[in-house]
Design a binder for this molecule. Structure first.
Ligand code: GLC
Length: 554
């Protein structure tokens, strides 16, 4: 049944509210996505990850679901969804949906019943507990990942409910077998319709240690150690696999939160039958301290190499990797990971990064707009922001002014709206995303950076991605090969090798804006140059941000 097709997939993530607005309400929708499927087909991807389109009050842009079996009306209808799925399949594109089941929306009928009716069968679907001191204090000192306490008092009672994210996102109690049956039912609903898999939102947080105790550690996120890889996580994930996924030809990718390599190995070990791959964030955490994005740290290429080596080696022979540099929660990669976000080397440096992260063992992901080099926004006032997390952090800085000097830069650099500005399709007003003012401001640089221009320029980043994707899909060396880092201590040049019984692939990239001598050059004559971002060629040198991909087929 299970063909593991995902090992030959290149996945494109669509953030639906920002992708394409077909009906002129300033908000992306399913018909808008359908109108752009030929664009995706031409790019060459063969799978889409769609961020949530379920019915939702949109407190966290759809990561708060009030009906798992219907579509949020501004996105369209179930009929539109089926049409999109069909149109994707016709083009050889599979679809994975976002599965958000660590929590529901507080507007979900289960939760509404649970808090309004003391005898509700749904009370045990959530974590509802008596507060301390006659309800004056929450049950414990846990804090939310979106700042503030993780408990909210239920109006008119002494009870509190747990929400690791926003107040509108109450956590589900996975220890209740009925909750797990509900999740399976949701999975089957979409799989039976023809959906090809799921990206499982914060899935490593679903099991909480019982009883939930005060956390006296110094780490600011209180409670984390009692839920980040909870006692029943392995068991619950396997249960979903055995009861559901194993009966379909699916792919699953789990979003993990501060997961160690040892834990990652357990999650994707093919013999343990849980998840096909995970997103760990060690690569996006290389420029911060302790995995906290607001504690910025200077980027060092060697640190990025360490992360990739660690995961590539750990999962070789055990399970499969995901490869990504952007998503809807991260700032744009333009100007990050050693690249530059402006000037003549902008695109060239993005190509060097693209080839570097794409050509390892794993399934590459591209986030919408990454392929044309979209950049962080330049919002001038807090009124332009929409993200709940960004607003919470901003309010915290306003409340505790002392935090401002430490957090302002991090706030600007790392806020999630950076990645969520509307897709830049062309140079018309609102970047061709919509005919009216969009829900989030378009980046001012849309006349320079847009898909139309990128397609017209045969030397653009877009065309480089097109070549990379074509090269990646079906490539046996990349699929079966073993990764090695050829220059682990070099802070200027990233050089990696993939080797398998079929041959070898070398990726050598200069991550500086100066010409660099490289001791690996010239390479042996058995290697053929298959891809580069540079017309010139010097025997022992790499030009600024030059990348060369060599292949040797046995
Ligand atoms: C994940 C999502 C993020 C969301 C959070 C809560 O991290 O990617 O966008 O806010 O989970 O669902």
């Amino acid at each position: 049944m299970r063909t593991k097709w995902y090992k030959d997939a290149v996945v494109y993530q669509i953030y639906p509210r920002s992708f394409c607005d077909s009906n002129g309400d300033g908000f992306g929708d399913i018909q808008g996505i359908i109108s752009k499927l030929d664009y995706l087909k031409d790019l060459g991807i063969n799978c889409v990850w769609l961020s949530p389109v379920y019915d939702s009050p949109q407190e966290d842009n759809g990561y708060d679901i009030s009906n798992y079996k219907d579509i949020y009306p501004p996105f369209g209808t179930l009929k539109d969804f089926k049409q999109m799925l069909d149109e994707m399949h016709k083009r050889g594109i599979r679809l994975i949906m976002d599965l958000v089941v660590n929590h529901t929306s507080s507007q979900h009928p289960w939760f509404k019943d649970a808090i309004s009716n003391p005898n509700s069968p749904y009370r045990d679907y959530y974590f509802i507990q008596k507060g301390k001191k006659n309800g004056k204090r929450p049950p414990n000192n846990w804090t939310s990942l979106f700042t503030g306490p993780a408990w909210e008092r239920i109006k008119g009672t002494d009870d509190y409910y747990l929400h690791l994210f926003a107040k509108g996102q109450p956590d589900l109690n996975w220890d209740n077998p009925k909750v797990r049956e509900e999740v399976k039912d949701i999975l089957r609903f979409w799989l039976d319709m023809g959906v090809d898999g799921f990206r499982c939102d914060v899935i490593t947080l679903i099991s909480k240690e019982q009883p939930m105790k005060n956390d006296y550690s110094l780490f600011p996120l209180k409670g984390l150690n009692q839920y980040r890889y909870g006692p029943h996580l392995d068991e619950y994930l396997h249960e979903l696999y055995a009861d559901v996924y194993s009966h379909y030809d699916t792919m699953t990718v789990g979003e993990t939160v501060m997961t160690s390599v040892e834990q990652g190995k357990k999650l994707v070990n093919e013999n343990e039958e849980k998840l096909d791959m995970i997103f760990n964030f060690d690569n996006t955490d290389v420029d911060n301290h302790f995995g906290v994005k607001y504690f910025l740290k200077k980027f060092k290429l060697t640190n990025l190499k360490k992360v990739y080596s660690k995961w590539q080696h750990a999962l070789y022979g055990t399970g499969w990797n995901s490869l990504f540099i952007e998503n809807h929660d991260q700032r744009r990669s333009s100007g990050r990971f050693g690249t530059v976000s402006e000037g003549p080397l902008k695109e060239k440096s993005a190509k060097a990064l693209a080839a570097t992260y794409f050509l390892m063992r794993g399934t590459p992901f591209i986030y919408e707009g990454q392929e044309i080099g979209m950049t962080n926004h330049n919002f001038k006032s807090i009124d332009e922001y929409q993200d709940i997390e960004a607003k919470n952090i901003y309010n915290l800085m306003e409340k505790y002014k002392i935090l401002k000097p430490f957090l302002s830069k991090a706030f600007r650099d790392t806020n999630r709206d950076n990645a969520r500005t509307p897709m830049q399709w062309d140079d018309s007003e609102y970047a061709g995303f919509s005919k009216v003012k969009p829900w989030l401001k378009v980046n001012d640089n849309y006349k320079e950076i847009n898909a139309k221009k990128a397609i017209e320029d045969s030397n653009s980043l877009y065309h480089f991605y097109q070549k990379l994707i074509k090269y990646r899909i079906g490539n046996k060396i990349l699929k079966d090969g073993e990764y090695s880092d050829l220059l682990p201590n070099n802070n200027k040049i990233y050089a990696s090798k993939m080797s398998s019984d079929d041959g070898e692939i070398l990726v050598i990239a200069n991550f500086t804006s100066k010409k660099q001598k490289c001791k690996l050059l010239p390479v042996d004559a058995k290697y053929k140059l298959v891809l580069t971002n540079e017309d010139r060629n010097e025997e022992n040198y790499l030009y600024e941000y030059e990348v060369r991909v060599y292949e040797y087929k046995k």
